[in-house]
Design a protein around this ligand. Sequence first.
Ligand code: C2O
Ligand code: CU
Length: 462
Amino acid sequence: MTLNLSRRKFLATGAALATLGTGRTWAGATSDLHTRVADVQLLPEKYGQTRIWGFDGMAPGPEIRVVQGARVQRRLINDLPNATSTHWHGIRIDNAMDGVAGLTQDAIAPGSTFQYDFVAPDAGTYWYHAHNRSFEQVARGLHGALIVEEPEPIDIDREEVLILDDWLVDPETAQIADTFGAMHDFSHAGRLGNYITTNGAYNLSMPVKRHERLRVRMINAANARVFQLALDGLEGWIVALDGMPLAQPRPIDGNIVLAPAQRVDLIVDVIAETGDTGHIVQIDRTESFSQVAFEVTGDATRARRDAPRALPPNVHAMPDLADATNLELLMEGGAMGGMRGAMMGGQMSSMRDMMQSGNFWAFNGAVGGMDGAPLAALSRGETVRLKITNDTAFPHAMHLHGMHFHEIAPDGSLGALRDTTLLNRGEVRDIAFVADNPGKWLLHCHMLSHAASGMMTWIDVA
Ligand code: C2O
Ligand code: CU
């Protein structure tokens, strides 16, 4: 593979490589999490500082790291000018702690606090983010990594957590573009940024040793961007998706697709020579950019190793497809051909209605949200098979709270366990899960502008 690593679009050439740490905070170091406004050097030095909203004033926020089965306790102190709440994405959590303002709790008013307290039952890569006006609050920087370690250490030399994000920034002022709620974002692909970062740095670089084995945990925190990634000078395997281990590590040959909110855990061996640089490459249409650079500074003490072993599985109830409740979710609406479907529910009679209400999408013929009836009322332990049809012109990353689901492969077998599944235009996907976590759980598009404009529903498990 020959890659042409060119520079990102609006950045001037000649800027030095930025090497930034991730601002780690270990569990127990603090029991408070402050959401607050802060000015940070998001853009390269020659630009001014950028005002963000961050957990503890950082974007990404402090890494929260616990061992599987541990309790996570954080008192959220909201010092933002707006109400907020915090969702622990991918955790099979107690419903009252799920952090969905308007469904599982009231939004936390400015100056108020909320005590989050839950157990993290599954090892894996998770994240936390704002869940009130999330199309704005996540884009302003309110997200961070939540890492749940396996009880036994994995055979690696070191680990890197990489949070991918894109920002819509005005290069003149260095400020985040205040275009939240723009009708175009609501009705098209969502809010796409012009400035892509890893752990808050636009050109993250780190030293490695040849033959070093890394575990790389990647989190897509962007509002709408689907990252297409590839390895260069690195050899790797996918070992987990959305936190959940694959039964067998999957060698990477080709692109890794990471939709908003999705995570992927890789085992990566450095194969580039000393003095060379390996890359995680981001492919944007026909161009390639270095998402993360690994500068090879010497040889590791250990020689090249065999393929990695699978991570220990998280214990999950297996869906019984022969005895499943079948549900359907038809996704319609949006610009470029899908509007009519969304109007047919009768709530909207014209394009103007949609513009005025700010709703552009429909689930099963009606504008979605969390106020109306649930998509389904399920009894605990029921197996659900849900057929999702994307009859729109855009990709959507559908996320279920509270439980992971299996994607069902074309041959009918149970595929990987996920909490967020990407449906490209015209795609149909069947998913199956055991509804074994009681409560009210959202099911929504993680293109966050879409969730705010009709692509949201919920299920009730009693
Ligand atoms: Cu990652 Cu409803 O959210
Ligand atoms: Cu969507």
